[in-house]
Design a protein around this ligand. Structure first.
Ligand SMILES: NC(=O)c1ccc[n+]([C@@H]2O[C@H](COP(=O)([O-])OP(=O)(O)OC[C@H]3O[C@@H](n4cnc5c(N)ncnc54)[C@H](OP(=O)(O)O)[C@@H]3O)[C@@H](O)[C@H]2O)c1
Length: 292
């Protein structure tokens, strides 16, 4: 039975995931570049470590949840503070951040050299699902490693999909996000297309009762209509993830013209200064087209 868990990265997602680990009774150590973000968790019983290396020194499982490849490289490999060199024998590292598959495989190579265990397990779901322990994990790596960390992931999520080998969790996650971002952009565009003829609330009710709309898309349509853009899955992370997908596709010589267009749309929203708003804020782009 796993007892000692470390969480590296306490942003919007990591904080909520860490709190669920505490609630499930794990002995938790946390690290974040900006220490202030750890306050609530420390008050709830977590230990704070000043560096990633210190955070993992007694861990059996390490969860990483940071922004991007650069942050992940720092956490694991920084020559002064990096966690990998201090990882106890037998511990399993679980990279839950959304990263490029290329970096994920490179990182896994460093673990392999030390004969350390590594899984990629990015998550589907945003801050509400992180808070309620309803995340879906898309896992790449050895089944034996997944089996060891299963109880830890289950404390944070409702479903585990073992997608395949290392990097395949990230591939799947990038596809899921591009799929969702594309749907949100299209819904925003079409609500504004309909607006001169059909009030958006009515249009959303009709669309929302058709099988073409997912529950998540319906929620985001309502957020558009209610002008609620407080960050959950912010525009800047959508842009980051779509860029990861495009870079990965380019390296593999795969054509992704539709995802490329979706990136253009969200980049335009970011250039408008809406990078920190929830992705539903993309609707403002089409409103401004309407009034121009
Ligand atoms: N938000 C969502 O809905 C959602 C859903 C699924 C997956 N994800 C993915 O989950 C990951 C975390 O997302 P989030 O929403 O929690 O992001 P966030 O709130 O922006 O937090 C980012 C985290 O990364 C750390 N970080 C950023 N750059 C760093 C660097 N160079 N060195 C060290 N640490 C660094 C931040 O530390 P500081 O606090 O010091 O800045 C913070 O802990 C991302 O990969 C994201 O794509 C997000």
């Amino acid at each position: 039975m796993i007892r000692r868990v470390a969480v590296l990265g306490l942003g919007q997602m990591g904080q909520r995931m860490a709190l669920n680990l505490l609630r499930s009774g794990f002995d938790l150590t946390v690290y974040n570049r900006t220490p202030e973000s750890a306050q609530t968790l420390v008050q709830a019983g977590a230990k704070f470590a000043a560096t990633p290396a210190e955070a993992v020194q007694n861990a059996e499982v390490v969860i990483s949840m940071v922004r991007d490849d650069v942050a992940s490289r720092f956490l694991w490999l920084d020559p002064d503070q990096g966690a990998l060199s201090n990882l106890p024998e037998g511990a399993v590292a679980v990279e839950c951040s959304t990263l490029t598959p290329a970096w994920t495989r490179e990182l896994a190579g460093h673990f392999q050299t030390r004969q350390s265990h590594f899984l990629d397990a990015p998550v589907v779901g945003s801050t509400p699902q992180a808070a309620s322990g309803q995340l879906v994990f898309l896992v790449g790596g050895a089944a034996t490693d997944l089996e060891r960390v299963q109880e830890v992931l289950q404390a944070m999520g409702s479903t585990l999909h073992h997608v395949g080998e290392i990097g395949q969790g990230m591939h799947m996650k990038l596809a899921v996000n591009a799929f969702f971002a594309g749907q949100v952009a299209l819904l925003a565009e079409l609500l504004m297309f309909l607006q001169p003829h059909i009030p958006p609330q009515q249009a959303l009710e009709v669309l929302g009762n058709l099988p073409v709309i997912s529950p998540a898309l319906k929620v985001n349509g309502q957020l558009m209509l209610e002008r609620k853009f407080a960050p959950m899955f912010p525009v800047q992370l959508v842009v980051k993830d779509l860029q990861c997908l495009l870079d990965t596709a380019q390296a593999g010589e795969v054509q992704v013209p539709t995802s490329s267009k979706v990136l253009e749309v969200f980049s335009a929203a970011q250039n408008q200064g809406w990078g920190e708003e929830h992705l539903a804020a993309v609707v403002k782009l089409f409103e401004s087209h309407l009034s121009s």
